[in-house]
Design a protein around this ligand. Structure first.
Ligand code: PLP
Length: 390
């Protein structure tokens, strides 16, 4: 008999009663070091006092009015995102997939407005992930996720990761944009080399294409910059953001330049819940913390330490860990044994991590993690690797 919850997940028999900073407290009475962060979402840890306060204060005042009226929190958060990035304008969503969808619609509308409606195709990359709606599935082209849901949404051409010749060949008269995650998260924690991102920007300029970045996972401080593309020194035309933006409250955003955003007029797009006062209160509270002087520098320092420790573990356990990859606090252990076996062995020892494609274990500590919590995590991974050895 089917479970009351649609069985699209198969979780272990574990739930949590509360969280505090880098720790979750399980219904099994145990404490877990949370290096999964709900898939890069609880970027400031659990129950961050500033976020809790912002949500509670807003909850006592006003929850929802819809976008039929002005929402002051949107004005404030949008302006802060505009001031901190390449963007001139922001649309708020409830999720990452919706942020990517908004970007896809803007790509099409931009070329339609410019008298080139035949240019609607978007080039994506193997191994990417953009969400679970019909269009975002097609944009990633992951056959495993598309199987059974055909016919696919038209308009996406998928090329191999980090393969410039293949990409150039795929650009045709109907091409409108290139969509890429600066660090592939779900696909196996694969950073795009900075020179490849630069080459993409150049190609886009040369062919009049839009560069569309999916920073749903890599953004909001995850790599030690507010957004991962800053490492490469290039800027996109459109960018999708979500996950860390609400620190655990569901919220996403699609950012764009004026050139692109001005094609969107009243009635062209919308969302009932997107950017509601609760989401904006928390999003602004997240920005209060992340924009503080020294916050991202501290993340970078801790991330360097984390990477060094992980590399030492890889040297110590060559039969378990093949490779350490990633950027900042978005790290991956490419495994020789099953990645699920390592995640299970870590969980048995009181630590949470997330699997990713390509047999990788994803490590996504909260950006607020302390050095001693990193050491604790390294010790647990060490012991878990030891249990899998031989
Ligand atoms: C998680 C993720 C999405 C989808 O976000 P949802 O909130 O699950 O819709 C899109 N792109 C990337 C890169 C992601 O990591």
């Amino acid at each position: 008999m089917i479970s009351a919850i649609l069985p699209v997940y198969a979780p272990p028999n574990l739930s949590f009663e509360r969280g505090e900073g880098s720790y979750l407290f399980g219904s099994d009475g145990r404490r877990y070091l949370d290096f999964g962060s709900g898939i890069a979402v609880t970027a400031l840890g659990h129950a961050h006092p500033h976020l809790v306060k912002a949500l509670q204060e807003q909850a006592a005042k006003l929850w929802h009015t819809s976008n039929l009226f002005k929402i002051p929190g949107q004005q404030k958060l949008a302006q802060r995102l505009v001031d901190a990035t390449f963007a001139d304008t922001v649309f708020f969503t409830n999720s990452g997939a919706e942020a990517v969808e908004c970007g896809i619609k803007m790509v099409r509308k931009y070329f339609d407005d410019n008298g080139q409606p035949e240019r609607y195709r978007i080039i994506g990359f193997e191994g990417s992930f953009h969400g679970r709606t019909m269009a975002t599935l097609a944009a990633a082209g992951n056959k495993k996720y598309l199987a059974g849901f055909e016919p696919n949404v038209d308009g996406f051409d998928i090329v191999p990761f980090n393969d410039l010749p293949a990409l150039k060949k795929a650009i045709g008269p109907e091409t409108a944009a290139i969509l890429i995650e600066p660090v592939q998260g779900e696909g196996g924690v694969r950073p795009v080399p900075p020179q490849f991102l630069k080459a993409l920007r150049d190609l886009c300029d040369e062919h009049g294409l839009l560069l569309f970045l999916d920073e749903v996972q890599s953004g909001m401080g995850r790599t030690g910059k507010l957004f991962a593309h800053e490492w490469a020194g290039v800027t996109p035309d459109i960018m999708a953001v979500a996950k860390g933006l609400g620190g655990g409250f569901p919220v996403g955003a699609c950012l764009a330049t004026e050139k692109v955003g001005q094609c969107m007029k009243p009635g062209n797009h919308g969302s009932t819940f997107g950017g509601n006062p609760l989401a904006m209160a928390v999003g602004n509270a997240v920005m209060d913390v992340m924009l503080k002087d020294g916050f991202l520098e501290d993340v970078r320092q801790k991330a360097n330490h984390f990477r060094q420790q992980l590399s030492m573990l890889a040297d110590k356990h060559p039969d378990v860990i093949e490779d350490v990859r990633g950027s900042g606090m978005l790290m991956g252990l490419k495994c020789k044994k099953a990645n699920t076996a390592l995640v299970d062995a870590m969980r048995e020892r009181g630590m949470l991590a997330v699997t990713a494609g390509d047999n990788v274990v994803r490590l996504l500590p909260p950006l607020t993690v302390s050095e001693s919590e990193i050491s604790e995590g390294i010790d647990i991974i060490d012991a878990a690797c030891g249990s899998l050895n031989g």
